[in-house]
Design a protein around this ligand. Structure first.
Ligand code: 5GP
Length: 113
């Protein structure tokens, strides 16, 4: 498992409320929310970034998408939300453990976020 902040959260070394958890991932609220609802879907298996994923990760990646949709639906934003994956430093990624942002609760325009 990675030694990023998310690795530490998954291992329980840093506290974070788990909005959802299963065998493959956890969901937490972002510490610095960019929208009224801002959750992070984080796989327990560490992949530094999406573009490092390989064929063996296909089922996990599908699962993360399914959980992201469930989290959005459960939060009541299933019809108005945004899913974001920043990839690499140039893509705005700051924590190098793959995660999906689930954002909503405000009007989403092209410029938002
Ligand atoms: P990235 O920029 O890598 O796509 O997103 C990393 C996200 O992790 C940021 O939105 C940041 O606010 C969030 N984050 C960083 N450290 C922590 C933490 O300790 N706890 C939580 N809940 N979120 C964090």
């Amino acid at each position: 498992m990675s030694d990023t902040i998310f690795g530490k959260i998954i291992r329980g070394e840093i506290p974070a409320e788990r909005v959802y958890e299963d065998d493959h991932c956890i969901v937490i609220n972002d510490i610095s929310p960019q929208a009224p609802i801002h959750r992070l879907v984080i796989p327990k298996q560490s992949i530094a970034k999406l573009c490092d994923a390989n064929e063996d990760h296909r089922a996990l990646l599908g699962h993360l998408m399914w959980v992201a949709a469930k989290v959005a639906n459960d939060a009541g934003i299933g019809d108005a939300c945004r899913f974001v994956i920043n990839n690499g430093e140039g893509g705005g990624q700051t924590v190098f453990h793959l995660h999906v942002h689930v954002l909503g609760g405000i009007e989403m325009s092209e410029q938002t976020l």
